[in-house]
Design a protein around this ligand. Structure first.
Ligand code: PMP
Length: 404
């Protein structure tokens, strides 16, 4: 059998998809599983957006487009990104892709050289594709731990300690997957002060949850003095408009736009034209449904945080954005004699019929930060109430008597 490349063998995955397969297999076998695994809105795409896609098909707008996307969508994305962030982004800086995800790989491949020792710093816990793509592109992954005591921001001194002359890229993600944490303006000011001393470092600001912020303001690091030129801003339609399967994301970077365009010409050619017209309707049409979804997520956040904090051994900080809750379950593990969050996750799945992800699905645990599991609360209120009640019952029923 001919061999596979080291690159292919080093490619990681999103464990959410692996756990999901496990959940689906149990469901097919007749088990009643309440799942909090999947990181996508549970709402249908708003009808006016669906209609724009149908109209595009009927009007014959279903061929290739320029690799950077149709001009109308690039302009609309520029307007929408500018309005939220409070500085001007020009349409020429914007490139449309098949989701925000492909730009993670394009960015890493565009600023690091394979096997040369170039380093990329990324948040842990974090979206697993960061580390996977750093490694697959032959760069060196440098984990930056998020701290619960800082509401899941990182310590700027820990960032400073990780930057070397080989550092080429820093990946930031706010609102954050999996913690739901937000970087505040003060965090960004501290990060910008560190980066000012290291002009060789690019920034990848993964802002896919930018419109799902519940407390305080959304801030982009690109708005801070000196940061704009070196920041690749990434956003998209998936989360805000319940359009995950439509595959539309967009980035903004004056320097990298032509490079990303060439990557797209070399890979998918362009994002689906049909989805691009739909995304244009999403950005330019009425925003009331997107706003209503945001309001629902916010009230579900309040519900799930309140309920999780009533589960014995769970301590859940209120996440400022996205649709994830990240309770600390160290004490719950101790109560039922589970070795760690992964054992707790498995027992919740098999014994309580509740599917969640464990912290190890988002990178190695940080010493001293305890055990966590992730809930996606993109699920109905009834689902949240029943699911968390099952967990509380399970912990109570399995709590071991304290050792004398
Ligand atoms: N970044 C983060 C942090 C995410 O959680 C996701 C989706 N789970 C993405 C990027 C990718 O989003 P999409 O490709 O659907 O635009």
């Amino acid at each position: 059998m001919p061999a596979l490349s080291k690159r292919a063998e080093s490619l990681g995955t999103e464990n959410a998809f692996v756990v999901l397969a496990e959940v689906n297999a149990l469901a097919r076998a007749g088990r009643d599983i309440i799942s909090f695994c999947i990181g996508q809105p549970d709402f249908p795409t708003p009808v006016h957006i669906q209609d724009a896609a149908v109209a595009a098909i009927r009007a014959g707008r279903h061929g290739y487009t320029p690799s950077a996307g149709i001009d109308e969508l690039r302009a609309a994305a520029a307007r929408s990104m500018s309005a939220l962030r409070g500085f001007e982004i020009r349409p020429e800086e914007v490139v449309v892709g098949a989701g925000a995800k492909p730009f993670i790989a394009y960015a890493i491949a565009s600023v690091t050289d394979y096997g040369s020792g170039d380093e990329v710093i990324y948040p842990v816990p974090g979206f697993p594709i960061y580390e996977s793509q750093i490694v697959a592109n032959g760069a060196v992954p440098v984990a930056l731990p998020l701290r619960e005591a800082r509401r899941f921001a990182f310590d700027p001194d820990e960032l400073a300690a990780r930057i070397t002359p080989r550092t080429r890229l820093l990946i930031l993600n706010s609102p954050h997957n999996p913690t739901g944490g937000l970087l505040a303006r003060a965090d960004y000011e501290a990060i910008a002060a560190v980066l000012a001393r290291h002009p060789q470092v690019w920034l990848y600001a993964d802002e896919i949850y930018s419109k799902l912020v519940y407390d305080g303001e959304f801030v982009s690091i690109a708005g801070l003095p000196g940061m704009r030129e070196r920041t690749i801003i990434s956003d998209g339609a998936s989360k805000t408009y319940a359009m995950t399967g439509w595959r539309i994301g967009f980035t903004a970077s004056a320097t990298l736009a032509p490079v990303f365009t060439r990557w797209i010409t070399n890979t998918e050619s362009c994002a689906s034209q049909i989805s691009q017209w739909a995304a244009l309707a999403a950005l330019e049409g009425p925003q009331d449904e997107a706003e209503a979804m945001r309001a629902r997520f916010r009230s579900r956040r309040d519900l799930i945080v309140r309920l999780l904090n009533q589960v014995p051994g769970f301590a859940c900080a209120s996440p400022g954005g996205a649709f994830y809750a990240w309770p600390n379950v160290s004490e719950a593990c101790a109560l039922i004699g589970a070795r760690d969050s992964e054992e707790l996750r498995k027992r919740l799945l098999h014994e309580a019929g509740v599917a969640v992800l464990a912290d190890i699905h988002f990178g190695p645990r940080t010493e001293g930060e305890g055990q966590h599991i992730r809930f996606s609360y993109a699920a109905s209120e009834e689902h949240i109430e029943r699911g968390v009640a099952r967990i509380a019952d399970f912990i109570r029923a399995n709590t071991r008597p304290p050792r004398k």
